[in-house]
Write a protein of this length. Structure first.
Ligand SMILES: [Zn+2]
Length: 397
């Protein structure tokens, strides 16, 4: 645990102050605080906010830093899934090395926490997750990593997967994933009963990928609502993507959002440029907790994305058609405090007593910071400086 004094920073773009950190926690704010023998950093009047939260990514998938992956496929979702599962080791996507690269870059760009879905399937067993657990241990002083056991290849259609998920939840995964109950397993009842049954057995939350659009996605959501009510799992379920909430039928979507708010279901959005997406302002008005993530970056699925939650805030802003400063501030909120709300992160915040996880940002205001493409001047994790000017203190393998 570390002690640190950062001089001349502006919390959430407000008045300049100093921040004193003791034992990895924020101990005091104030102008001209006594250094008292602790290390001092100059914040140069930059904005400071709590750590950015990457709430939806896949640390086991990126080819970042490897030879360029030539994508020559015109593939369906199912074909992309099958290609990745069968070719990933042949291509050389080592889950430990690649997750180290991505997690360190996320940290250098101001993130303090990651929720990563990790593939669990009958081809690889728990091997991919073991690589991420190794990374989590190696980076325990740099960034916190939460693992979602993710049955990307399906579970009803791939016997043995449920047993592997069961093991994953006993061996390091904090959250249970799922995927398109109609589209992948083509058996929504079978898929959801298996997922909810396992989550209940382990007392773990669920975060399900739902790419299904329009009425099909709405149908899957309604089947989830029934199970959340029956099992009393309010506040324990997140829906990632939730593309069905981007459908044009305003009243139909409103009815779904009403139930999502009532059941305290969390929404995780990537602002996917290639799909209909939920409106972050409409969800805000309904009081729904919303987080954001970069999803897979530069992988066998596609070449896009950066390991940077400020980049994601800009994508959210553009995809949601945001222009007003107050709305840009909300895009940043979704990429920071919103993620902490969705993941139930304890000790998160820029207040005395909170963990000293924060990042400096360039810009005059928070809205300016969102659009300003510039490295983070300083990133601090539990009171330790982990990156300066976009460069991590720890080496990238
Ligand atoms: Zn995903």
């Amino acid at each position: 645990m570390s002690n640190l004094l950062i001089r001349n920073v502006r919390p959430n773009a407000g008045e300049a102050t100093d921040i004193l950190v003791r034992d990895g926690k924020i101990a005091a704010f104030g102008k001209g605080l006594a250094a008292d023998g602790v290390a001092v950093e100059d914040g140069s009047g930059h904005i400071v906010i709590s750590g950015l939260i990457e709430a939806h990514t896949h640390l086991d998938k990126s080819v970042w830093g490897m030879p360029w992956h030539v994508n020559a496929k015109t593939a369906t979702l199912r074909e992309r899934i099958d290609f990745e599962r069968e070719k990933r080791l042949e291509i050389g996507i080592d889950p430990h090395r690649q997750s180290m690269r991505q997690a360190i870059m996320l940290s250098a760009n101001g993130a303090s926490h990651i929720r990563s879905h990790v593939d669990i399937d009958t081809t690889h067993g728990l091997r991919l997750m073991e690589g991420i657990i190794e990374t989590r241990q190696a980076l325990k002083d740099v960034i916190d990593i939460e693992i979602v056991a993710f049955p990307q290849s399906g579970l009803v259609t791939r016997p043995g997967t449920v047993e592997l998920l069961d093991q994953a939840l006993s061996n390091g995964a904090e959250v249970l994933g799922g995927i398109d109950p109609c589209g992948i397993d083509r058996d929504p009842k079978g898929h959801l009963d298996a997922i909810f049954g396992l989550a209940e057995k382990h007392g773990k939350p669920i975060d399900i990928h739902l790419h299904e659009q329009g009425e099909l996605g709405a149908f899957s959501m309604e089947m989830m609502f029934e199970r959340i009510r029956a099992l009393g799992m309010q506040g324990k379920v997140a829906i990632s993507h939730a593309f069905a909430l981007g459908a044009p039928d305003y009243l139909r979507v409103g009815g779904l959002i009403e139930q999502i708010a009532e059941l305290d279901i969390r929404i995780v959005t990537t602002g996917s440029p290639s799909s209909t997406v939920p409106s972050i302002l409409r969800l805000k008005d309904a009081g729904v907790k919303v987080a954001a993530g970069c999803d897979g970056i530069r992988d066998t699925w596609g070449p896009w994305g950066q390991p940077d939650m400020m980049d994601r805030a800009r994508i959210l802003g553009m995809k949601n058609g945001l222009r007003r400063d107050v709305d840009l501030e909300h895009a940043l909120y979704v990429c920071s405090k919103g993620g902490a709300d969705v993941m139930d992160i304890e000790g998160y915040g820029l207040e005395v007593g909170c963990d000293a996880d924060f990042t400096l940002l360039t810009g005059e205001t928070l809205a300016h910071a969102v659009v300003d493409v510039a490295p983070r001047p300083l990133v601090v994790k539990r009171g330790r400086v982990v990156a300066r000017n976009g460069v991590a203190e720890v080496a990238i393998p």
